[in-house]
Design a protein around this ligand. Sequence first.
Ligand code: ASP
Ligand code: MG
Length: 440
Amino acid sequence: MLVMKFGGTSVGKPERMKKIAKLVTETPGQKVVVLSALSGTTNTLVAIGEHLLGNRAEAAEAEIDSLEKHYQNFVEELYQTENFKAIGREIVSRFFVFMRLLAAGQFDDKSYRELLAQGELISTEMFYQYLQEQKINARLLPALHFMSIDENEEPELEKIAGRLRPLIASLQHIDIIITQGYICRNHRNEIDNLKRGGSDYTASLIGAALQAEEIQIWTDIDGMHNNDPRVVNKTVPVSELTFDEASELAYFGAKILHPSTIVPAQKYNIPVRLKNTMDEKAPGTLISNKGTSGACKAVAAKDGITAINIKSSRMLMAYGFLRKVFEVFERYKTPIDMISTSEVAVSLTIDNTRYLNEITGELKKFGSIEVDTDQTIVCIVGQRISGQKGILERVFKALHDIPVRMVSAGGSANNISILIPSSFKKQALLALNEQLFGLI
Ligand code: ASP
Ligand code: MG
């Protein structure tokens, strides 16, 4: 069993959808094909939802109208025969009638999540009908029949596996099983989702649930790169990564993969292969439990970081101080990324600033507080890299002109994290590219 996931840009144009149909048909064996919404759709659905929640019905209507036109044009190009063009039109009109019904009703959080689910529901149905037109044997398996999250919004892997395995067993004669990424049911049995970019996570959960041979994530770039291609011109794809390396990179900025994707795959040791739909022959990146120690594989950067410094003489030789500090963050459900301590002060970083005022308000009880916004975490990743001789010297040589706010090394053996003001990000990534990878 293979899981093949295609992202928004891979299905975002009729000719790309046709290409994917060819690709999955030519790939031997049984596979679950996980699709995202067409590129741009989820963003538009978010905009529509925000308008409706903000009582801006006209703005929502305008967005719905233009999205519908986009889909009408899409189906005219996707299908060849009049018969299937009619089926395509019918699908589009059914979805948009439903969206307008949602919009006209009492629009609450639940309707919003239902609205967000429409992107994946429509893309998979259009794709399924395209395969029908091509007389390719396939089946559409609704993700809402098996994908679920618990009250903490965590996927319920055992339950998912328990539902999915018999469904797949009953489809043994079908090579192509299509399902939706991103969407699921929550503990109230309502329609929900795995958060933005969550289709990767869907693929990994399915791969783990079915103990698949491999989980393939098809996107529009030829794998994970050694540096951020949006910032640095010269980057190269990394051919192999360990699960640990890939999760650090996904979490710290490499936009190619949803950060939670690695967890289920790693748990069941299922290799994840990142592939490029625009260049099928490119080797991409293989993520598995195999890897070489000591080599620096990649750097990534995560923006929008806020650093909080708590200075307190009470911390000197005291125990229980850090616990009290952490408890404040726990109360506000705000995860901490980096931490660095001295005898009288502690600095930590967060990226979710929703409760920043409340948090700093409570922290003031412990000492004086300083907050720095617009910071970037630059993270240098490699299996067992942090214990490698000379690595810190090379990193700091690269950063000699940059005001480093925090350093964290040794927390995980596979990562060295540096906090810098975001205005220095480009300079830092370029210098590290030269110093660590010889790429100028
Ligand atoms: N369509 C969803 C999004 O844009 C999920 C995904 O594409 O992975 O976030
Ligand atoms: Mg994605």
